[in-house]
Design a protein around this ligand. Structure first.
Ligand code: ACG
Length: 418
């Protein structure tokens, strides 16, 4: 299985309003087949006031900019007819402050009481989590406009179950559970909650977004199905950037016994794109070679196959989710135009059209995509015999009678399979 992350607003405009939409994604099946990806992960498609959609204002409808529920059903049918699967991103930890629940159902949210320290900040970046309002202070881990839902209230749990049931009935093959560790301030309670949720989604392909240490990520994977591999992500990027196998070696030792529980990735919409950290094509291809030889499920972030750059800035997070360049002019051929491109600029050779005709990065990374598509046994393979010596890192991937030794040279950025 190979997953492709699509930032819906930026990917492809199917109705000529300059904004990416479900029809555009449906019209791109040929491209997905060219890449050889078989599973799409769509960032949130629901009605929302923000460009990213992680603050949902209505869970039962598609953002009208992206289409409607019929478009969604058509997309599901089309993907299924082509043997592809669809995972949708579901932010359940919080809603938008514009969701009608926030004004009509205050007990659906978390309010401060006399014992609350309203100066509390997030553990990782010291941003305040309590926000004042006419009714008192409410909790919003991701900001004032993102009030946290109160899952101590059984009605809220019932609502979450209904939302999941609804989209499962619409034919989704799985969910990406956003901010999965934040539902309660307690991993044990979270795990119980996700257990209930996945009982509804039986047989689906679900993945938890838990940005944490391996011991924590793995517990969520055990309940939900998979977790994103943030440990390998950070280490792989560091190793390639520093030309030093040590960070990756150490990370692999930490997660080696549970690789098949992970979705592995090199970039996503929350971080600087790979091409901005690793501009050299050879180095970048090397990074993809590692991604596609590791057990677990590889995830490709839209545009990374073209070497799209983009530097993550928390005050301008749209810089890493810029319009996908279909054509060099970046205004025809389904290009989205909701923002101008600060990084992947027109006529610089980033487009699909140009790269297909001029042997760009896209055609080079295809070899790795083809390799992995044909070797899908690696998804559940074991990772053994990991060793590192100066610039070299070697690991063996094996399953039953199949086995491949992967030798990485961080000085020459070459990979040998034997
Ligand atoms: C998700 C989405 C993200 C989205 C939201 C909110 C959540 O992917 O796009 O933002 O709906 C935290 C959360 C994640 C969250 C990210 C952005 N991602 O846990 O759920 O923030 C530490 C913390 C992590 C933290 C991370 C952020 O522990 O919890 O993630 O920092 O940098 C080692 C450590 C690990 C540590 C890392 C990094 O790996 O083991 O613990 O992680 O180092 O230091 C959306 C939009 C945004 C908008 C936001 C409000 O996309 O643009 O700003 O909404």
């Amino acid at each position: 299985m190979i997953v492709y992350e699509v930032f819906v607003r930026s990917f492809k405009d199917g109705n000529g309003d300059g904004i990416g939409d479900l029809k555009g994604i449906m019209d791109s099946v040929e491209y997905f087949e060219y890449l050889g990806v078989d599973t799409l992960w769509l960032t949130p498609i629901f009605f929302s006031p923000s460009f990213h959609g992680y603050d949902v204002a209505e869970y039962y409808s598609v953002n009208p900019l992206y289409g409607n529920i019929n478009d969604f059903e058509n997309l599901v049918d089309t993907l299924h007819a082509h043997g592809m699967r669809l995972i949708i991103d579901l932010p359940l930890n919080h809603t938008s402050f514009l969701h009608r629940w926030f004004s009509e159902k205050p007990d659906y949210y978390v309010w401060a009481d006399v014992n609350t320290d309203i100066n509390e900040t997030r553990s990782w970046d010291n941003i305040p989590v309590w926000h004042s309002s006419e009714r008192g202070y409410y909790r919003g881990t991701f900001g004032r406009c993102f009030p946290d839902l109160n899952y101590e209230n059984p009605e809220v749990v019932a609502q979450a179950l209904d939302i999941v049931r609804f989209w499962k009935e619409k034919g989704v093959d799985g969910f990406r559970f956003d901010a999965a560790k934040h539902i309660y301030n307690d991993h044990e309670k979270n795990l119980k909650f996700w257990k209930k949720i996945v009982e509804v989604t039986k047989e689906n392909l679900n993945v938890a977004e838990v940005w944490d240490v391996p011991a924590v990520m793995e517990r969520y994977a055990d309940v939900v199905g998979y977790s994103f591999n943030f440990t390998v992500f950070g280490a792989l990027r560091k190793s390639v950037f520093e030309k030093n196998p040590l960070p990756l070696y150490e990370a692999l030792l930490l997660v080696k016994n549970s690789m098949s529980k992970y979705f592995n990735f090199l970039s996503n919409h929350d971080v600087t794109r790979l091409a901005s950290d690793v501009p050299g094509e050879r180095e970048r291809l090397f990074a993809f070679g590692i991604l596609f030889t590791l057990p677990g499920i590889p995830v490709l972030f839209y545009g990374d196959e073209l070497g799209m750059p983009g530097v993550y800035d928390p005050y301008s997070p749209e810089d890493v989710v810029e319009p996908f360049p279909w054509t060099e002019d970046m205004c025809s051929g389904g290009n989205t135009r909701w923002k101008s491109s600060k990084f992947a600029k027109p006529y610089r050779g980033y487009s699909v059209h140009y790269q297909k005709h001029h042997g760009g990065f896209l055609t080079k990374i295809k070899a790795w995509l083809d390799f992995r598509r044909k070797q899908s046994w690696i998804d559940n393979a074991d990772l053994t015999e990991i060793y590192q010596n100066r610039d070299k890192l070697v690991y063996t991937i094996s399953k039953e009678e199949k086995s491949v030794k992967v030798s990485l040279d961080f000085r020459t950025f070459s990979i040998t399979l034997s």
